[in-house]
Design a protein around this ligand. Structure first.
Ligand SMILES: [Zn+2]
Length: 228
């Protein structure tokens, strides 16, 4: 069963909630809060660190487990955050198609050992000529393994060719948004010709990605509070 009912307390009990969420607790039908929550599906107990009476509101959120696609998009988004390009941050995440295991992640940027120069800020064309795209920074590894690729932006024509190469062996591409500079949508012609499946994120996937990013921020708060 995928459906997770996560009971979130506002204010001082967020730590406990984050810990429960992290362990994947599945909890149903809370009429009142105790110092334990019980997962019927996994038979695990998840202990709230600081069980207290809530002096705030109780929020109940219905959340589903991340799909492979949602997970892939989140890894791609996180990878893009590493880019040094202040104008455009693009992320890519490459997975084994069958197992769903992560193979490589990448982001747009300069080659290792080279530094961003201020000239790029005024001369965007020069930057565009020199910067290495997120897809080009992926390590595609074993050509025999079929792969699934997640991107935060549609690929340019050159990257679509790279993706379509038999050495890359990518069978599916998922993208978050349009590459506005590519009015011709060259990637579509290339992917259609080489029979590579392509689609954008659905509205439901976007909604779930936002929800899980918010949950992740709660988890980060919890981790940091344990360190201090
Ligand atoms: Zn490209």
């Amino acid at each position: 069963m995928d459906l997770r009912s996560i009971v979130a307390l506002v204010d001082d009990e967020q730590d406990g909630i984050a810990a429960c969420a992290e362990r994947g607790a599945i909890s149903h039908n809370y009429n009142e809060l105790s110092d334990h929550t019980f997962s019927k599906d996994y038979g695990k107990k998840c202990r709230l660190k600081s069980p207290k009476k809530s002096n705030g509101k109780i929020l109940t959120m219905e959340m589903e487990r991340l799909t492979r696609q949602e997970y892939g998009f989140i890894i791609a988004i996180a990878s893009g955050l590493r880019s040094e390009d202040p104008h455009t941050q693009v992320g890519a995440a490459l997975f084994e198609r069958e197992s769903g295991r992560l193979i490589s992640s990448g982001y747009n940027g300069l080659s290792a050992g080279t530094n961003w120069v201020s000239e790029f800020n005024e001369n965007r064309g020069l930057k565009a000529d020199l910067i290495i795209h997120a897809e080009q920074n992926l390590n595609f590894r074993d050509p025999k393994v079929e792969k699934t690729l997640f991107l935060t932006m549609d690929p340019c024509g050159s990257c679509a060719s790279l993706i379509s190469s038999p050495l890359s062996n990518v069978k599916e591409v998922y993208s978050l948004k349009e590459y506005e500079s590519d009015k011709e949508k060259k990637y579509q012609k290339i992917f259609d010709f080489y029979n590579i499946k392509f689609r954008r994120a659905t509205a439901k996937e976007l909604k779930n990605i936002y929800a899980y990013m918010n949950r992740a921020s709660v988890n980060i708060d919890s981790i940091l509070s344990n360190l201090t």
